[in-house]
Design a protein. Sequence first.
Length: 218
Amino acid sequence: MQSETIENYLKTIYHLSAGNSNIVNNKQLAEKLHVIPATVTEAVKKLHELKLVIYEKSYGTRLTTSGSKMALNIVRRHRIWETYLANELGFGWDEVHEIAEELEHIKNDKLIKKLSEKLGHPNFDPHGDPIPDEKGKIQKSNFIKLSEVKIKSHYKIMGVTDHSTTFLKYLEKHQLIIGASINIKTIEEFDNSIILICQKKEVSISPKAAECIIVETL
């Protein structure tokens, strides 16, 4: 099993398990990695043999301590690369994810440490995702989804959970970028659409989009 494949599986299991708190089944992995279930079964069995996951056929897969440590290291590399690409090289937040998917497999801790130092040891990447530190610790926050906000309240956009180009361009179009301040005007009773004010402009956000935007109370 190739090293890059192992890393992709560990990172995907980590994300699907919501930070290693949930069991991940083969169907979830197959859909996320765009492979057939039989391929997933073979892969997680090998990861189990490597003691990176615990796999039970009728139960699912979860990361072991060593597997979780590796996954967090991959996530750290990915998010530091995203931050470097955006802050130092001028790539848009809708471009950095795909490039970082390739760069994350460069196993050079000194390089990542230097990049982090160059960036001032950031806690969050361009999408607002937390960057694990060298020990795998993640800074806690009081962020909530936009779908959980209250009327007549003020918030700051802190991140997104959908990194697709179409969604990020949609947000940019309405200036709903990281750090933007928003005021909640109303929440439609019919479908929970949110009407908010950003940069003095009124914007209507669908429930689906609101689930993918992370905010902090001001």
